[in-house]
Design a protein around this ligand. Structure first.
Ligand code: PLP
Length: 409
């Protein structure tokens, strides 16, 4: 009885998903092409977490053996982060993820520098940065948002022009953009901001596991990361705060993380992050880039009107932000989903109405072009044969959405 109900439910789901397509066209084996939203968790991380939850459930702040064991595991995560980035374990604060780290970095710098009220950021930030600076603006801070070039990068010269040391509390910028994969240049900017003694925070959430992050070479004050973007669990991340950086805790209550954060440490999450770091180090980034490039070529050949957003800039090796002029990407996303492919679109559905991406419009794209953009992001385990299957199906579905007006070669 229960079984037949489940079968009925599944059949209903298939009919619902396929729309006009006969159900046999539905690929039940899925191809996940949305790694910038989140990456599948490494099996090693799952195993390590399960073991930690069974055996190391003590509170890392407790002084007894159960607590000490948990504290050791949390420390291993900080050490893994430090080794990965050529920094020091004591400079890493475990957090609940990217959003918390970014809040801590920005609020913590502003609180530490009373009298300095300017925050310099860009218009192309992740929504959580835009949210924090927007809230601080209402409380009296002056927020300077530099624009994006047509290549998708912010311009360090514009940042420096706005970063007057007499008034600037801090600078917070996204390093690799989650929508376009565009990587903005940070090294020289970090050096100059250090000379001006202005705390500089990098949202590097999309960088870890995709570009080398060597903090001995980039004199940045703060760096945010999130474990679920490189195959760790959700709900754990970290904030790097260099010892010399003017920063103070923003979250009160509890003296965890050397009194820099309140809240019981997520030990299973930390263990999962440590395991994911070990695995992420072994990913062949050049192979990832080669496979991404070959998918990009195949799509461009099949749909000549399409173009890659930010193609002229340095980009993450796993991301393609593709504009298919005249093709509504939300409809395309649904159709690709029904065919077994998970991608993301260039629109965000906030209040029931699809808004064009603020990043794409900031690059000078029209709202129509933004609505016609799709984000395809791959990872180490994306199979090449699935990627080969994707390009013709994308072409077919784009044709269907556009009413057969895209010439196919
Ligand atoms: N910053 C960037 C660039 C991101 O892509 C994300 C997540 O999508 C975040 C911050 C927020 O991270 P989290 O999901 O861990 O809160």
């Amino acid at each position: 009885m229960i079984l037949s109900f489940q079968l009925l439910r599944r059949a209903f789901w298939i009919i619902l998903c396929t729309g006009n397509d006969p159900f046999y066209l539905v690929q039940m084996d899925r191809t996940y092409l949305d790694w910038n939203a989140t990456a599948p968790v490494w099996p090693q991380a799952v195993e390590a977490m399960a073991q930690a939850m069974r055996e190391s459930w003590g509170n890392a702040s407790s002084l007894h053996e159960e607590g000490r064991r948990s504290a050791e595991l949390a420390q291993e995560a900080r050490e893994a982060l430090a080794e990965w980035t050529q920094s020091r374990a004591m400079e890493w604060i475990l957090t609940s993820g990217g959003t918390e780290s970014i809040h801590a970095a920005i609020y913590g710098s502003v609180l530490a520098r009373p009298g300095k009220t300017r925050i310099v950021t860009s218009v192309g930030e992740h929504s959580c940065t835009l949210g924090v600076v927007g809230a601080l603006e209402k409380q009296g801070c002056e927020v300077v948002r530099v624009g994006l070039g047509s290549d998708g990068a912010w311009d360090p010269a514009q940042v420096l022009e706005a970063a007057d040391p007499s008034v600037t509390a801090m600078v917070s910028l996204i390093w690799a953009n989650n929508e376009t994969g565009v990587v903005s240049p940070v090294h020289d900017l970090a050096r100059e901001l250090k000379n001006r003694r202005i705390p500089f925070h990098l949202d590097a959430v999309q960088c870890f596991g995709r570009v080398p992050v060597d903090l001995s070479q980039i004199p940045v004050g703060m760096v945010s990361l999130s474990a679920h973007k490189f195959g760790g669990p959700k709900g754990i991340g970290a904030l790097f705060v260099r010892q010399s950086t003017a920063w103070t805790r923003w979250m009160q209550g509890g003296n965890q993380e050397r009194a820099r954060r309140g809240g019981t440490v997520n030990v299973p999450g930390a263990v999962g992050m440590t395991a994911a770091i070990k695995c992420a180090k072994s990913v062949d980034l050049e192979d990832l880039r080669r496979r991404r490039d070959s998918l990009e070529r195949a799509i461009r050949l099949a749909i000549p009107e399409s173009f890659v957003v930010g193609a002229k800039a340095e980009r993450l090796p796993n991301t393609i932000c593709l504009c298919l002029p005249g093709c509504d990407s939300s409809t395309l996303l649904d159709r690709l989903d029904a065919r077994g492919f998970a991608v993301a679109s260039g629109s965000a559905c906030t209040t029931g109405v699809a808004e064009p991406s603020h990043v794409l419009t900031a690059m000078g794209m029209s709202p129509e072009e933004a609505h016609a953009s799709l984000r395809i992001s791959i990872g180490h385990s994306t199979k090449s044969d699935s990627m080969d299957r994707f390009s013709p199906i994308l072409t077919q579905e784009a044709l269907a959405v556009r009413g057969r007006s895209i010439p196919v070669q």
